[in-house]
Design a protein around this ligand. Structure first.
Ligand code: GLU
Length: 526
């Protein structure tokens, strides 16, 4: 501890007297009135203009844990880096949360939820620290710090502002005033009393208790350029006064844990429970090695990719949910739960490392999800996607809803045998493209049995029921001396250009008599 600053000097150092006392803040943001075990979580992104899949993963865990425990899930915008453009970036975050169904509840009582609007709170807390000799104004310039760094490196010391290198930690009032009189604006630094020779034990709810050397760095709490807090100080103030019970954040924050625990202890506040989540990795195509999903190299690192490509958002959630709670898949397969939202996940089982994003596995979840949709649901989802993200061709395909409903309804009337050939909305439309004359690509490879096709046209009646239709095919097979299946295959290829399709009779019914006759005729003439 050093000598505390007087209230007057604090007001000069901070540019204004603090608005609140600590007691007033405690009263303004009271403990939440929630049942035992209710978790209060928050997703706290920096507005970068981009929502990373790892961010979505963390936000999903936050949302799920709060929801299943009857707690509260908040969205807090960490916009203390004033060099960044904020408004649009926040819209991207909010829209993504909305799209993926992560509903947060930003109760005004605990706001504001933009850190840039919480200056009064940070300044009030830092004033308390200044008054008690636990923080101090620091007038080191960028140049000063560079010199200190160079000297430390040359001498083989750890770099940073600590101990004897912290030039201003014991300035007298007169020295502080002299700097202020020169018009200099200080940053506010922690007066660290940690000793790196000693260990501090910090708890992570998944990893258990971890010993770290104590922090001795006089880290910046309030920046001099804009008076806004650093991440560390904002985390302390916000998660205390927002009454966060669980901080779920990326493992890149694990090294900062001893500092955060130190800050909470210094204030006499209970620290939240921390869970540091694994990064979301992938297997690199070239090296075959596991690495973090990269914003630069991997389109799937950006959640917008999944929306644009037409992945059902639910399948992305199911998939990420199963990474966070690996028992989910089994519970779902056994029919114990309908979706991830019904599954009771356990915070302690969140994986510590090695979370792999595997597109093949996502495909499986997407097929499962689409397979369980009713025809009207499927049609609605495809239409919405096509109108928002689709090509002109896609929009043409969804223009006639009745026809589209017929096409997508094929073989979807048997809940026990669900078709699993649709993966994304985009691929669904591509998969059925042959139904539209504009998109139909006749086969150039298949050798048609033109006698069989001619015989088909002679007896074809679009009004035939399935049995009559099949009886005619059998008769044609007998007459032309080929197998029943060969006749069907000739028709299949003539109508779809493919050798593998869903039920042929259904295809013909949906296509209608005119289109069927035309395509068969074209195959005969080809
Ligand atoms: N703004 C921090 C980040 O984006 C938040 C970390 C946290 O959740 O505390 O990494």
């Amino acid at each position: 501890m050093r000598t505390g600053l007087s209230k007057d000097l604090i007001a000069r150092v901070l540019g204004a007297a603090p608005k609140y006392t600590l007691d007033e803040l405690e009263e303004k943001f009271p403990a939440r009135n929630l049942a035992d075990g209710a978790m209060v979580t928050r997703f706290a992104p920096s507005p970068t203009g981009y929502m990373h899949i790892g961010g979505l993963y963390g936000a999903l865990i936050d949302c799920k844990l709060a929801q299943q425990s009857g707690g509260v899930f908040m969205l807090r915008i960490e916009d203390t880096d004033t060099k960044r453009e904020v408004m649009d970036a926040v819209k991207i975050i909010e829209a993504s949360m909305d799209r993926f169904g992560l509903n947060y509840n930003n109760d005004e009582k605990y706001g504001p939820y933009y850190q840039s609007k919480r200056k009064d709170i940070y300044h009030s807390v830092v004033a308390h620290l200044l008054e008690n000799g636990l923080a101090y104004p620091c007038f080191l310039t960028a140049d000063d710090m560079e010199k200190i760094r160079d000297n430390q490196k040359a001498a083989g010391f750890a770099t940073g502002i600590y101990g004897e290198f912290a030039r201003d930690r014991d300035l007298t009032d007169a020295e502080i005033i002299a700097y202020l009189d020169k018009g200099l604006i200080p940053s506010i630094r922690l007066y660290s009393m940690g000793n790196p020779e000693q260990r501090i034990f910090c708890k992570d709810a998944v990893r258990g208790s971890i010993g770290f050397p104590e922090n001795n760095e006089d880290i910046v709490l309030i920046k001099s350029n804009d008076g806004l807090p650093t991440y560390h100080f904002a985390h302390l103030c916000d998660d205390h006064f927002m009454r966060t019970t669980h901080v779920i954040r990326g493992e890149e924050w694990l090294p900062s844990l001893p500092l955060h625990v130190q800050l909470f202890r210094m204030m006499g506040w209970t620290a939240p429970l921390y869970i540091h989540t694994s990064t979301i990795d992938k297997i690199d195509d070239e090296s075959g090695k596991q690495r973090k999903l990269s914003k630069r190299k991997d389109p799937e690192a950006n959640v917008a990719f999944f929306l644009e490509a037409g992945w059902p958002v639910e399948s992305v959630i199911e998939y990420l949910g199963n990474i966070a709670a690996s028992g989910y898949e089994e519970a779902k397969m056994k029919g114990q739960v309908k979706s991830f939202w019904d599954y009771e996940m356990r915070a302690k089982k969140i994986p510590m490392s090695g979370a792999l994003f595997d597109m093949k596995k996502l495909e499986w979840w997407a097929k499962e999800f689409i397979g369980a949709l009713s025809v009207p649901e499927l049609v609605a989802r495809v239409v919405t996607w096509a109108n928002e993200y689709g090509t002109e061709t896609n929009r043409m395909q969804v223009a006639d809803i009745d026809y589209l409903t017929g096409v997508l309804g094929i073989e979807r009337d048997n809940p026990k045998r669900v078709r699993k050939d649709f993966v994304t909305w985009s691929q669904t439309l591509e998969n059925v493209a042959f139904f539209w004359d504009e998109l139909f690509v006749p086969s150039t490879e298949y050798e048609f049995n033109k006698d069989a096709l001619r015989a088909f046209l002679e007896t074809y009646n679009p009004a035939d029921d399935k049995d009559t239709w099949w009886a005619k095919i059998v008769a044609i097979a007998e007459r032309t001396g080929v197998k029943n299946g060969d006749v069907a295959m000739n028709l299949r290829v003539a109508l779809s250009g493919r050798t593998n399709t869903p039920d042929l009779y259904s295809i013909m019914s949906v296509m209608g008599g005119e289109r069927v006759k035309q395509r068969v005729q074209n195959a005969i003439e080809a």
